[in-house]
Design a protein around this ligand. Structure first.
Ligand SMILES: C[S@@+](CC[C@H](N)C(=O)[O-])C[C@H]1O[C@@H](n2cnc3c(N)ncnc32)[C@H](O)[C@@H]1O
Length: 258
C-alpha cells in the first residue's frame, strides 16, 4: 500500500464529505423552489436532492477518471444496460459501431435532462433509451424487453454502491445477462484493513444520507463473484490503487458461463 494513494484518497474523501454537508441547505432550498416544501421532512428526498446537486458539481470526471472509465466502457458490445448513468458523464465512451441498443437505467429523474443532452451530444440518440427506474425493478425492466438472458453487456460504473439489497440485485443482473455475456465493472468498494478502512467505517455513518444511499463499505467483488457461474472472473484494483484507500476501486470484466 502506498502512503501517497492513501493520503490522496483521504483528502478527496474529506472534500466530498465537506461538500456533502455544504450542499444540504441548497438541497432544502431546491425542494422548496420546486414547489415540494413537504419533501423537506423526508430524509430520502433530502438525500436524493442533495446528491443531485453534489454529483452535478463534483461528479465531473478528471482526466484519470476518463481513462479508467474508457477502459471499462469501450469493451461494451451488443445490447446493453448502462446502470445508473446519472448526468451522462460517461456516455461518450460507448463505441456506437459495436452497439445495437443501450438501456440507461436511471431512477433519479432530476438527472434525465442532462443525461439526454449527453446522449444527443454523443450521437447515441437513436439507440439509447433512458429507463426511469431502479435496476431492481424487474417488472418495469420487462416492459422494455429486459428479461432473463436478454442482455450482452452490463456496465456498472460507480453505481452498485447505491443499489438497494446489492446481493439480490446483482444476482438478478446475472440472470438478465445472456450466456457468454459480460459484466463490466468500475466500482468503489470496501477497503482492506488500515486507516482507509477505519475512515470508511466512520464516514459511512453519514455518507449514505449525504450521497443518496451510496454505501462506502460494500464487498461488491464478493457479491459479483458469488452471483453465479462465470467463465472469466477478472476484477483487479486499477494501477496505483492498493485496496486500502478510503475510496478504493475495483475494475474488470466477468463473463457468464455458457
Ligand atoms: C455515483 S453516480 C454515477 C453516475 C455515472 N455512472 C458516472 O459514473 O458518472 C450513481 C448513479 O447511480 C444511480 N442509482 C442509484 N440507485 C440506483 C438503482 N437502484 N438502479 C440504477 N441506478 C441507480 C444514481 O441515481 C446515480 O445516477
Amino acid at each position: 500500500m502506498t502512503v501517497f494513494s492513501q493520503a490522496r484518497s483521504l483528502f478527496f474523501g474529506s472534500v466530498f464529505l465537506t461538500a456533502g454537508f455544504a450542499s444540504l441547505p441548497f438541497a432544502v432550498l431546491s425542494l422548496i423552489l420546486k414547489g415540494r416544501p413537504f419533501d423537506i421532512f423526508s430524509k430520502s428526498k433530502i438525500s436524493s436532492a442533495n446528491f443531485t446537486i453534489l454529483w452535478s458539481i463534483v461528479g465531473k470526471p478528471s482526466a484519470a477518471d476518463e481513462k479508467l472509465t474508457n477502459k471499462t466502457i469501450s469493451q461494451a458490445y451488443g445490447v446493453y444496460l448502462d446502470l445508473g448513468p446519472g448526468t451522462g458523464f460517461t456516455v461518450h465512451h460507448f463505441d456506437k459501431s459495436k452497439t445495437t441498443k443501450i438501456f440507461g437505467i436511471e431512477p433519479n429523474k432530476a438527472f434525465h435532462p442532462a443525461l439526454q443532452k449527453a446522449i444527443d451530444a454523443a450521437g447515441l440518440t437513436d439507440i439509447y433509451t433512458i429507463v426511469g427506474t431502479g435496476v431492481e425493478d424487474s417488472e418495469t425492466l420487462k416492459t422494455f424487453g429486459i428479461e432473463e438472458g436478454s442482455i450482452d453487456t452490463i456496465v456498472a460504473c460507480k453505481v452498485l454502491c447505491s443499489v438497494p439489497e446489492p446481493k439480490a440485485t446483482i444476482e438478478h443482473l446475472y440472470k438478465i445477462l445472456a450466456p457468454g455475456g459480460q459484466f463490466l465493472v468500475l466500482e468503489h468498494v470496501k477497503a482492506k484493513w488500515g486507516i482507509g478502512a477505519l475512515a470508511q467505517a466512520l464516514a459511512n455513518k453519514i455518507w449514505p444520507f449525504l450521497m443518496a444511499g451510496c454505501n462506502l463499505c460494500r464487498p461488491t467483488e464478493a457479491y459479483l463473484y458469488g452471483a453465479g457461474e462465470w467463465e472469466v472472473k477478472d476484477l483487479q484494483h486499477p494501477e496505483g490503487v492498493s485496496g486500502h484507500e478510503f475510496i478504493t476501486f475495483t475494475q474488470g470484466r466477468l463473463i457468464k458461463a455458457k
